[in-house]
Design a protein around this ligand. Structure first.
Ligand SMILES: Nc1ncnc2c1ncn2[C@@H]1O[C@H](COP(=O)(O)OP(=O)(O)OP(=O)(O)O)[C@@H](O)[C@H]1O
Length: 696
């Protein structure tokens, strides 16, 4: 810290400390009184007895500058504290609550900012009387809008960070999140701004004093001293130079300290697109009766109302999950994987977002839960691990306080017992010397250790379902496997269900029982992992599989990529959203969006011309030459939200050339595995087949 702050910071801090100490201890210092006349010859220059000389009445200027510091620093510190006390809570509220609260607070704030501050200060002080209290109040109140703006911006940036999301996913109350997660992080930029603000207030007070509108004589102030000396400046320049120099050095020091503290903070925007505050209508909800599954998601939709239009980040996703199983969600970046998880956990960003559909946990309709009820579920029955363990942990709190948090919140353990339990938890996820790790800060641990900590936190209250959103993306490859093994082992030991978001198909092939492939917010293929990889039907899934690098590829082999760009979710192409990138697209794909068809009871796909079936016979046919092709498949009776989507058998016939029981279709045209299927049996990607060859 010392090295990063630099020498300038320490010199400036030293100067501020010196001036502050002199101002506070002035009465104890061996100084003549600030209003004691003729302690030396009038207008005498600096000497040993009077380092800053004397003024026209023979008063000691050094003593007057020291006592003047009381007013300048007193007003500086007092006004900044006043602005902070009013502005910071308003900023926290606006930044954390968002929506209407933010709109109202910021509208009032913007009006306040439009006032010409100094003119306002002059008018108020002239009217109410020039004294220390009035000057302090006026300058303090004038600082409120800037404080509100600063704290609001910082709060917003941190409210979108993963450690806040993680705290929310643990069911921690808003007030506690504000105090424990946001305030400590806001305090560093706030401290920086406080120093910069003090410099501004000292100058403002000096200006008022110079105009005779601050504390009145005989109490000296720096601005007042400069004003006094101005008239005899030609004969005694030290009368102006001494207080001006001290004031200059003090203001400079406050600026240097504030600036160095600011450089320590790296508050970036959350990266979320700007969302228009539109009065979005709730999406209709599909009627559905829950069955006996642990987690059931029915027709889940998450739409963002943005300036570019409605972004359908999640659009009608349905699936079910049993205890002890792992469901993998795969897809390119931006396909809606994370939003699906956040939508299930009800952890969506506030403004402009609408959610529809149903989420059932053990038969309980979570979509009907109040925020308070949802907080009881998060952390206890549902838990989440996020991508980057560095951002998922609060950098300014020790591991111990963070791991103990859910234990205190949900299990009501006392500080000591929570800490003891936290050590046991850390040990259970393979962290050596847990007691020592509890005292550490996140940056003192390796990436793998940090992710183990977040997993321990997520598992602390024994959740039924663990959501792991790309838990290994930010980790070294050597650590990735350990973390996935850990999640897998914990899943087995605790009989949890796991939802694993990943874009790494090798990981999915190794660890998942079931797979959902997402494209443009929709499920385009879904089924048991082995079945889906062996009998890939959707060309997008096939393309994803083909783009996985293989150890058997020759050296300098060009990686296969999915051509084209992922679609703009606010302006999706007509028909099948994948058709502009699909080498097999025909006319029907351009005009009609395919529903989900059944390959087997569990294996569903959204494609008019699925791979490895008669419908896909022959070479790719260009869109322009298209026709609707042979043997149209028959959609699942109720689309994704229907019973088949939730594990019940579908009505209606199955596509020609396919087998509802999932047996291998015959005939030379059936490659049976899509073109990518056999690759998944490669030892380097999938390992030996079978549901549980992973009992590590
Ligand atoms: N606040 C928001 N406003 C508008 N659109 C958003 C917002 N948040 C996310 N989106 C959009 O939702 C889509 C899905 O995002 P999501 O984060 O779920 O993708 P992802 O598949 O998890 O990608 P990645 O693998 O990169 O994390 C993206 O296109 C994104 O632009």
């Amino acid at each position: 810290m010392r090295r990063r702050l630099g020498k300038g910071f320490w010199i400036a801090s030293g100067w501020i400390g010196l001036v502050l100490a002199a101002a506070v201890l002035a009465d104890l210092l061996p100084l003549p009184g600030y209003d004691e006349t003729l302690v030396g010859p009038p207008q005498a220059g600096p000497s040993l007895a009077h380092p800053f000389g004397t003024d026209g009445l023979g008063r000691d200027v050094f003593s007057r500058v020291v006592y003047g510091a009381r007013v300048s620093l007193g007003v500086g510190i007092g006004a900044v504290l006043l602005g902070l006390l009013i502005g910071a809570p308003l900023g926290l509220l606006a930044g954390y609550r968002g929506k209407a609260t933010d709109a109202v607070i910021m509208a009032v704030n913007d009006i306040a900012l439009a006032f010409p501050a100094l003119v306002f200060a002059l008018a108020v002080v002239a009217f109410a009387g020039a004294n220390l209290r009035n000057v302090l109040i006026v300058l303090g109140v004038l600082g409120v809008p800037a404080w509100t703006r600063l704290v609001r911006g910082t709060t917003m940036a941190f409210a979108g960070r993963e450690f806040v999301l993680a705290a929310r996913a643990l069911g921690v109350r808003d007030r506690r999140i504000l105090w424990r997660e946001i305030v400590p992080n806001v305090s560093v930029p706030a401290a920086s701004y406080a120093f910069l603000g003090m410099a501004v207030v000292i100058v403002a007070e000096g200006s008022l004093a110079f105009l005779g509108l601050s504390v009145q004589a005989p109490t000296p102030t720096w601005g007042g001293l400069i004003n006094e000396g101005r008239t005899i400046m030609e004969n005694a320049p030290h009368l102006v130079l001494a207080p001006a120099l001290v004031m200059f050095l003090t203001v400079l020091s406050f600026n240097v300290v504030g600036d160095r503290l600011r450089a320590l903070t790296d508050v970036r925007q959350s990266g979320l697109e700007h969302v228009r505050r539109a009065a979005a209508q709730p999406l209709p909800t599909a009627p559905h009766t829950p069955g006996g599954q642990l987690l059931q998601v029915a027709d889940l939709r998450t739409h963002f109302v943005t300036e570019r239009g409605v972004v359908k980040a999640v659009d009608g996703v349905s699936f079910t999950l049993e205890r002890g199983r792992t469901l993998a969600v795969v897809g390119e970046s931006g396909s809606g994987k994370s939003m699906l998880i956040r939508s299930i956990l009800d952890l969506l960003p506030g403004a402009g977002v609408v959610r529809g559909g149903k989420v059932y946990l053990d038969g309980d309709d979570l979509t009907g839960f109040s925020p308070k009820e949802m907080r009881q579920v998060l952390g206890t029955r549902l838990a989440a691990v996020f991508q980057d363990p560095m951002t998922a942990l609060n950098p300014v709190r020790t591991i111990g306080t963070q791991v103990a948090e859910p234990l205190r919140v949900h299990l009501g353990l006392s500080g000591k017992r929570a800490r003891a339990h936290a050590a046991v938890l850390l040990a259970s996820v393979g962290i050596p010397e847990p007691e020592r790790v509890l005292r550490r800060y996140p940056h003192q641990l390796s990436g793998g250790m940090r992710q183990r900590v977040t997993i321990a936190m997520a598992l602390s209250c024994g959740p039924d379902v663990l959501f792991a959103d790309e838990p290994t993306t930010a980790l070294d490859v050597t650590v990735q496997d350990q973390v996935l093994r850990l999640i897998h082992r914990q899943r087995q030991e605790r009989n949890m269900a796991t939802v694993l978001v990943s874009h790494d198909l090798a990981v999915v092939a190794e660890w998942a029982d079931e797979v959902i492939v997402m494209y443009a917010g929709k499920v385009v293929e879904r089924g048991p992992a082995a079945d889906l990889f062996e009998r890939t039907r959707m060309p997008y899934t096939e393309a994803l599989l083909q783009s996985v690098p293989r150890l058997t590829d020759p050296a300098h082999h060009r990686l296969r990529v999915i051509t084209g760009r992922p679609p703009d979710l606010a302006a999706l192409p007509s028909g099948c959203a994948f058709h502009p990138r699909c080498p097999y697209a025909r006319e029907r794909c351009v005009t009609e969006a395919p529903p989900l068809f059944q390959e087997t009871r569990e294996h569903l796909y959204a494609c008019w011309y699925p791979r490895g079936t008669e419908a896909a016979v022959g070479d790719p046919v260009p869109v322009a030459l298209g026709e609707s092709g042979p043997a149209d498949p028959v959609p699942v009776a109720l689309g994704e939200s229907g019973p088949a989507a939730l594990g019940e058998p579908a009505a209606g016939p199955v596509p020609a050339g396919t087998d509802r029981n999932g047996s291998e279709p015959g005939g030379p045209e059936h490659n049976g595995a899509g073109s990518a299927g056999p690759d998944l049996k490669r030892p380097e990607l999938a390992g030996p087949e079978g549901a549980d060859n992973r009992g590590r």
